[in-house]
Write a protein that binds this ligand. Sequence first.
Ligand SMILES: CC(C)(COP(=O)(O)OP(=O)(O)OC[C@H]1O[C@@H](n2cnc3c(N)ncnc32)[C@H](O)[C@@H]1OP(=O)(O)O)[C@@H](O)C(=O)NCCC(=O)NCCS
Length: 403
Amino acid sequence: MATTTTPPPTKADAAAAFARGLEGIIAGESAICSVEQGKLIYRGYEIHDLAAHATFEQVAFVLLEGHKPSADELKRFTGELIAERALPEPVVNFLLSSGPMLKAGTAVPMDILRTSVSILGNLDKESQDNSAAANLRKAKRLLAKTPTIIGHMQNVIDGKDLIGKKTGGDASLSHAGNLLYLMTGQKPSREFEHVMDVSLILYAEHDFNASTFTSRVIAGTLSDMHGAVTGGIAALKGPLHGGANEMAMEMLKEIMRDVGEKGIGTRAVDDWMQRAFDTKRKLMGFGHRVYKNGDHRAPILHKLGRSLAAGDTKNPGGHAAVKWFELGEQVQKIMLEKKNIHPNVDFPCGLTYFTMGIPVPQYTPIFVASRMSGWCAHVSEQHANNRLIRPLSLYTGPAEMKW
Ligand SMILES: CC(C)(COP(=O)(O)OP(=O)(O)OC[C@H]1O[C@@H](n2cnc3c(N)ncnc32)[C@H](O)[C@@H]1OP(=O)(O)O)[C@@H](O)C(=O)NCCC(=O)NCCS
């Protein structure tokens, strides 16, 4: 019997389904994450449950290895990450040379991180092997090394000796705790480590967001994992995506500069916001392509960050940290009342990392230290069941002409 094949959609069918920015379009299948207005799920586990009961290492295992780890599996996985934390010498040398680029402003930390990850690929013995087993090994190496890149870069910015150059940090510390240690040289408090850990859980995965989709498009050509996540970092940098956590804090600093500490809670903030609305300015850390009634992750981090700020009498930026949350809450209230737009996770993230004294240009790189797990899971999934991702465009150029 002759088999019938479904003909590919005509250009007219495709044009009828067109949506700018692929809004509302299902662009592939995935068993990794489900993002819906009602729930955010990583491989069957709901985000509030994970934030309350799991560690980042457990979540990374779930994403990369596909199931909840047993105690032995977690021990093995954590040991593998710790063993892979130190950086190869060429990456260390590149980071040591990055100071002038960062100082000149021709590069920002996300660019330095992107190049460092790309160099890791050039040095990885398995870089050209797209098998599932090699992908998993590479994913663990990438995940383990990202905090070390961020830490060394911050040490260079601060003019300090590299912390953990030989070891990649302190083996007694978690991914979250070690990240803070590598950046500062000080073991973080349990509270700081916990808040960082939860923020990493919240950032780990989010289905076909722009950077993950970028990584999948690259992987879909059967290109390699390091290349795919290097592209992911470039996509995450943008202020409409991960870069929003830095921009949200910069915006709050701008409001604080303009209205002063005494202006918090007064009409001065409303007036500032009205001017922003009048000039059609996009307020960073607000809005979302999928979540139109609020981002599940934002209240979880806001609550933790606020309690950290309330207990912290230190003065980041010259004001008690809790003032920044008060300002942020007022901004959120005005956005909701006037625009019906909710904060996304990047808004409380900016406030929380600021409370922890983390330099603003490292907020998005820290996002990478988490999302690396999600990207690598997606690259592996794409390779395991590949079909080239090649959409069409709606031509808007001139009609055919004679040359
Ligand atoms: C995330 C984002 C790109 C989603 O965009 P989107 O799905 O294309 O939403 P739209 O731009 O269509 O927004 C719908 C309306 O809300 C407005 N809006 C959305 N986010 C806004 C924001 N952050 N500030 C001000 N207005 C906003 C839009 O201007 C638009 O208004 P209009 O209909 O009068 O033109 C967008 O909300 C944004 O730019 N947010 C700021 C950056 C950010 O925080 N990114 C991190 C996302 S996790």
